[in-house]
Design a binder for this molecule. Sequence first.
Ligand code: SF4
Length: 484
Amino acid sequence: MPPRFRITTLGCRVNHAETREIESVLLARGLARTDGPEPADLEVVHTCSVTTTAAAKSRHAVRRARRRQGETPFVLVTGCYAETNRDEAIGIAGDPARVIAHEDVAANGATMIDRLTDAVDRWLAGPSAETDPRRPEPPPAAASGGRLAGLPVIMPERDAGSHVRAELRIQDGCDAHCTFCIIPKIRRTLRSKTVGDAVAEARRLVDLGHREIVLTGIFIGAYGHETALRRHQADPNAEPLADLIDAVAAVPGLERLRVSSMEPGDVTAALLDAMVANAPTVVPHLHLPLQSGSDRVLGRMNRQYRVDAYLEMIVAVNAALTTGDGLPPAITTDIICGFPGETDADFERTLEVARRVGYLHMHVFPYSARPGTAASRWRDDFVDESVKKQRVRRLIDLEDDPVDGLSLRYRRKLRERALRVILEQPDRSDPAFMTGRCDHYALVHVRTDRPRGTVITTTIQDVTADRTTAVQEPASVPLPVLTA
Ligand code: SF4
């Protein structure tokens, strides 16, 4: 029987995309994946430390993996916690060679995957090889400082769990140094996947049954650039992301392509043109992190935009992606409440911007100090926890108000419209229904006997604060298009 491995993944979409890379490496070496309760010969814990809770969960996952393996555990600890809490991770993993961070491997151009591959090969070669200090370092990878190379192509050998949607990681790294964010200290080397590799990976994902692909990265606006700082980009007018969207959207069999987080400056006319040109495969939904509606706070956050630029971007997005029958695109966002020094007046501006944009959904976070970041040192300006909670509550209420919430307002615009839905899973509250996302990102409940992964046409009939219900239509019912 081949050695078995288990991967435990915490954290963000990027981590989940990297798990596919790790899985590809291990499957290619003849190991077999297990997700069941039986012991595995190799455990990989791909960690996260974006919050103190995430770091605690990462610690817990490493300890649990060691416990599962008994007396001679072989646990590899990878990811952000391995970087930010390295000594702690080594203490729990029991061996420095088994803690593989991002930035300590970038120095010679090798990637985390190169180091992981090397560690696994040593382990497969036996105990003496694993600990042999004379073993040469892995050769430098084709690191390119952010040009179109340096991210490995992933060719998964099986569907990662019957998911309709799959993430395709096209970019890694950030050097923008937002004052609340630890990422530039963990992943400061920017890398981008080549268009050819991204297309090959997208084809593979489609072959495995995925209907929708989400382009992800730490800073996808920096795709193909050597830095995320726009003022330092060698050719800020180059549009590599638009080229990539053209290529991936053309993959046969791909139903839907979503583009994730973007900032003003990333959402260029060329990018919007590419989205429009590739509709309906590229859908009218963008995740556009606001973080704060106050210029003063955005400045202290060291964000690369101010409110006016953000709102101008919204105008451009609406103009480009509103369908011919007047349905605007879905916009979602991230907002931090209680950033150090945020006043009531600053927060009122955030509420005002949220109302003006009319988000479908807001990911709202109370500010949490990350050790090692600039803002974590501004203790005199820390906002009281109770104030942070109140501000979070007010934003959630703004979105979820059962009479006039932003989410409800946006979803009411979907009513009586024919929309495409990809079925994802049975409705837990009523087995006669399935749930799935429409192109405009709202979660839709629809009565149907069609299985997961089916693309259906629906008409949205009933919209309440917590549910959007549709009926299935014949496929011949025309869908809204971007130009009248
Ligand atoms: S842009 Fe800012 S928040 Fe995003 S990864 Fe870079 S430093 Fe972090």
